[in-house]
Structures are given as C-alpha cells and as structure tokens.
Design a protein around this ligand. Sequence first.
Ligand code: AMP
Ligand code: GLY
Length: 426
Amino acid sequence: MKVLVIGGGGREHSLCWKLAQSKDLEKLYCAPGNAGISEQAECLAVSAEDVDGLVRAAKEKKVDLAVVGPEAPLVAGIKERMEREGILVFGPGQKAAELEGSKAWSKEFLWKYKIPTAWFEVFTDADQARKFIREKGAPIVVKADGLAAGKGVVVAGRVEEAEQAVEEMMVQKCFGPAGCRVVIEECLVGEEASFIGISDGQNFLAMASSQDHKRVFDNDLGPNTGGMGAYSPAPVIDAQMFQEAIAAVMLPTIQGMKQEGREYRGALYAGLMITREGPKVLEYNCRFGDPETQPLLFRLKSDLLPFLAASAQGSLKGMNFEWHPEPAVCVVMASGGYPGSYQKGLEISGIEKANQLDRTYVFHSGTAKKDGKVVTSGGRVLGVTSRGKDIPSAIQAAYQAVSLIKFSGAHYRTDIGKKALQHLKG
Ligand code: AMP
Ligand code: GLY
C-alpha cells in the first residue's frame, strides 16, 4: 500500500515510525512531516490545513490510504474529498468529526445517548450565560463552542472568573466565531485519562489506556499546553474501569453516531474524568492524541497498517491489537517560552546518542533540517519515549535519554508518570 500521513507533529512521527515497519507498506509519504519523519517517509511540502493541496498530492502520488493526524482537515471534510478521488481515508467524515469540531453538538449528543458527562447548558447570549453562572455558582467550566486550538476552556474556581471568560469569549470574541456560542458545564472532580481506539463505523477496538500531562509545569501547575508528556498504560484505568469505559462510553458513541446518520470511522479519543461514579466524558477528539500516541505505538506489537486500512474499509471485526506488556513513557521537550511565544531555528544535539539507548526512541514534533542540522521549529520539539520493565524503569530510561539532548532554552516536566506511581503505591 502507498500511504500518506497528514500532519507534522510527534503523533505523526510515531505513526510514520510504526507504519514504516509494516509488511503491507509499499511507500510512505508525509505532509508536511518534520526532520524526524524524513527518516521514515518522503516529506511533501503541503500544509495539513491545505485540503486542496493534500488531495492533489495524494492523487499525484497514487496514494491508496491517507492517515489523517490532526482534526482540522477532518473537520474541513478531507475524507469526502479524498474518497471522491478513490483514496481511502483513516479518519471520520466531516459530519462525524463534529464530535470534536463542536462542543455544543457533542454535549447534546452525549446527553441524548445517555453517555456519562457533566451537566451543561449552551448559550448564545452573554447576559443569559452570566445569569446561569450566578445561579449555579463556582466551581464551573466555560468552553468556547468551536475549535480554539485547545485554549477555549476555562475551569473557573470563582464566579467572577467564569463571568470574565464569558466576557472574553462572547463579547470581546478573543477566539473569533468559535466563542459566539459557549457551553457552561459542571466542574467534574477526579483524575483525567485518555481512552483511545479505532472504529470502522460498527466495531470499536480499544487501544491500551494512557494519560497525558496538560499543564506546562510540574505538579499540574501553569497554563494548559498541547500535552507535556504521556504514559501507557494508565493505572487509574484498571481492568474493570477499562471495560466500563468501553461499555458506557465508546460503544454507545459509535452506535449513537450510526443512528445519527454520521457513521464514525477512524480514531476516537475520549478525554475521561475518572470520578467516584465512574468514567465521564470531558471531551471527544476525532483523532489520536498527541503525545499519547507516542507511548501507545511504542508499546504496540501488531502491525498497525492493517488496522488503519480495516477501519477505513469497515472490516475491523475479529481483529485485536497485541501489546508489549512493558509500560512506555514519553517526556516532551519544549521550546523556551512555550506555550507562549518562543524562538525557532535553534540547533538540537544529542538525539542520535539518545536513540542508541535500549528501548528508547526520540519522536520529533517541532523540528526542521537546516544546513544538514536538526533545529527547533515549534513549541513542542521532541517526545523522548522509553519502555521499561515497569513504570519506574520506563520513567528513568526516558529521563536518561532527555539528559543527553540539548537545545538552548529547552524545558520539560520532571514529573511525567508520577501519578501512575502514586496509584502503584496504592
Ligand atoms: P477540553 O479541551 O474540553 O479537554 O478541556 C481542557 C481541560 O479542561 C481538560 O483536560 C480538563 O482538565 C479541564 N476540564 C474540561 N472540562 C471540565 C469539567 N467539566 N470539569 C473539570 N475540568 C474540566
Ligand atoms: N494530548 C491531548 C490531545 O491530543 O488532545
């Protein structure tokens, strides 16, 4: 098969790294890719948002299957566009991608199909939103309806904070049209985990559990980021919780989408809050997680390509993933200043040395090649990933690899995996 991976972050590097090992692979392309991806795939200079350009490139290269990393091209309808040209797509169609594309729509969906989630109301009028906040009191959560690059959520500890969020989203329109509608919802208490799997519209195949670290600083302090590290499996999801998440969340989602006439194929990611009453959905993503995909694929024994193709073709029934029992940990190294502004073009050293360590691989996120050297080109730069016989060993191996890698201003969390250790202590 000729495969085109769309995107250029750490998630896409792990997808390319894994697909490059497939027995069914004839040729691998990635658009736009990054410096690390160019080791495994031919990179095409087309942005992941340029749907016209991607369709043109896929046709020209006679691609059989396009694997879409980020949500934006899915929400823009790339599946329909590619499939009109006879190219299979791993990922949901435009109407199914609304699970991520519109928080208001996905909340109504969750409610309709009785999938556990926080109570909520949707508002298009700022005064009514403020009134509701005052009635309900704090803590309370305010979310911009549309895509806001992961920054459209305010978990407000005080009523004034929630009202301020309404002012910024609805009146000052700091996220543009994405904030014209807001969702105001119950603040859930518990531990977050990522539940990711793939569907062919009918069947759902769960991947191993994982957990992200969204805040920029240790101990979950500081602003939200795209994710500063991840590990798999996540002990907060024990065997019983795993089955409950499938039965109460993932299967009803796939079935509900079918009933809505929005058949869901591709990766489905539920951000869960593990509460005392069980798992509750915080959000859906219509794609694999980044950085969760890095430790997940580093643990996957099975050949990934047949699974992605079967999801696109509707033939997942009877297939099962096989996992390395060893846990994996991924530590993200970020540019100085991230998630705020940062410099690009800084030389990175030590990646090769780190890659020589046992059961370790350095996935690239924001990197580029300049004069034959690898330089920084994004906020999240590398996802240093290791397996170990247990979580402490995987953590130690990943941080040993991190210590070998240098670039000016690099920062990373030093507590990736700490929550897992707390569970193991009991
Ligand atoms: P989202 O983009 O919806 O995942 O929200 C970003 C982050 O905000 C989540 O990862 C949670 O940490 C937090 N969050 C979102 N919704 C809630 C909620 N209802 N209760 C508590 N925390 C929330
Ligand atoms: N790691 C969070 C996400 O992919 O949305």
